[in-house]
Design a binder for this molecule. Structure first.
Ligand code: SF4
Length: 318
C-alpha cells in the first residue's frame, strides 16, 4: 500500500549564531544541513543520533519553533514555511510537541486543569463547558484520574507529569506530535509505561509521531522507520527492521554496536575522536574524520543519497 505523506521536508537548512564569549565575535552553528525527509501519515518516525547532531533543532524547525534558513516544509501539501497568521494558528492545532523534561515543561504555578485548558482557550472559540469536557477526556486518555485536575505539577511523579504533557499535546486533537526525548528524563522503571502510552495513542487514533531520541532500544520497540542523523544531515533512513538487521552506513553500525541488546556479536565499533563542532563542519563526507573506512575521495567529495526505501549516503554504496 502506498503511504500518504503528511510532512515533506526538502533540502532544509537551519543555522543560528552564538557569541564566542571572551574572544568576541560570533560563530555560525550549522545545525541542519540539507535535510530531505518524508513523514508518513500514521507512522512513528524516529530521528536518532548523538547529542549535538541537530535532531532537536530539526524537530523544532518542523514545528516552526525554530526558523529555517532555507528549504521547504510541506504539511498536508501546504507550504508550512510561508503561512499567514490564520494558517499558522491552524498549523499549531495540527502539530504539537512533547518536550524532554516534564519537570520544566509544565508551569509550576498553574493547576493541571488550567495547563490543559490554555491551548483550547488560545486556539479555539469553544465554550468553557466544552473545554472542560475535552480536558477531562484527554486526562483519562493518558491514564490519569480527573481528580488530579485540581492539583499542581509538583504533586506528581515524573511519569505522571509526562502523561500530563502528552494530554496537553492532545487537547487540540493534533494529527502530528513531535516528541523530543520523551522518556530520557524519567526513571527507567516508568519509561516503559510512557513508551507504551505513545504506542497505544498512535495505534488507536492513527496519530503521526516524530520521535527524537538517542536511545536505540526505544526506537527498536516503538518506531516504524528511523532516520540517522550526523552533523545536521540524514546519513541513513529506512524501516526500523531493515536498519537494525542490516545497517549500511558506518555511523549507523557504530551506533547500533554500542547497544548490548541489539549487538548480539558483542563487537563494539569505537569511533575515533569527538563529534566535530557544527560551527566548523568538515569538508566532503561529514563523517570522514571518524570513519573507519575513510577513502581519499571522502575528504573532499560529498556522497549522494542512494536507495529507494532504505537510503544511505556513503561512497561505499555507489
Ligand atoms: Fe566513511 Fe567515506 Fe562512507 Fe563517509 S563516504 S561514511 S567517510 S566510507
Amino acid at each position: 500500500m502506498q503511504e500518504k505523506t503528511l510532512v515533506k521536508i526538502q533540502n532544509l537548512f537551519v543555522e543560528y549564531r552564538t557569541n564566542k564569549g571572551v574572544l568576541g565575535g560570533e560563530s555560525i552553528i550549522h545545525a541542519v544541513n540539507g535535510v530531505s525527509l518524508d513523514i508518513y501519515k500514521g507512522e512513528i518516525l524516529a530521528i536518532a543520533g548523538e547529542s549535538g547532531c541537530g535532531k532537536s533543532t530539526l524537530a523544532k524547525a518542523i514545528i516552526k519553533l525554530e526558523p529555517a534558513k532555507s528549504g521547504q516544509i510541506f504539511f498536508n501539501g501546504k507550504d508550512a514555511l510561508s503561512l499567514n497568521k490564520k494558517d499558522l494558528k491552524d498549523f499549531r492545532k495540527h502539530a504539537q510537541m512533547v518536550f524532554q523534561n516534564p519537570y520544566a515543561s509544565l508551569n509550576p504555578k498553574m493547576k493541571i486543569i488550567d495547563i490543559l485548558k490554555e491551548p483550547l482557550e488560545i486556539n479555539t472559540d469553544y465554550s468553557q463547558e466544552k473545554i472542560i469536557e475535552i480536558v477531562k477526556e484527554k486526562i483519562k486518555l493518558v491514564g490519569l484520574d480527573e481528580n488530579c485536575l485540581e492539583l499542581f505539577p509538583h504533586e506528581f511523579s515524573g511519569g505522571q507529569r509526562q502523561r500530563i504533557a502528552i494530554a496537553r499535546a492532545l487537547v487540540l486533537n493534533p494529527e502530528f506530535i513531535l516528541a523530543d526525548e520523551p522518556v530520557s528524563a524519567l526513571d527507567v522503571s516508568i519509561q516503559a509505561q510512557v513508551i507504551n502510552l505513545l504506542k497505544e495513542l498512535k495505534e488507536k487514533y492513527n496519530l503521526t509521531f516524530v520521535l527524537i531520541t538517542h536511545d536505540m532500544s526505544v526506537i527498536e520497540y516503538l518506531a516504524d522507520r528511523v532516520a540517522i542523523m550526523y552533523l545536521g544531515e540524514i546519513v541513513e533512513s529506512g524501516k526500523t527492521s531493515e536498519i537494525f538487521s542490516a545497517p549500511l552506513h558506518p555511523y549507523t553500525k557504530a551506533l547500533l554496536s554500542s547497544v548490548p541488546q541489539i549487538n548480539k556479536s558483542g563487537r563494539k565499533i569505537i569511533l575515533k575522536g569527538d563529534l566535530p563542532s557544527p560551527a566548523n563542519l568538515p569538508q566532503g563526507c561529514k563523517f570522514h574524520t571518524r570513519c573507519p573506512y575513510v577513502m581519499e575521495k571522502c575528504k573532499n567529495c560529498i556522497p549522494d543519497e542512494k536507495g529507494i526505501s532504505h537510503k544511505v549516503k556513503c561512497f561505499l554504496y555507489e
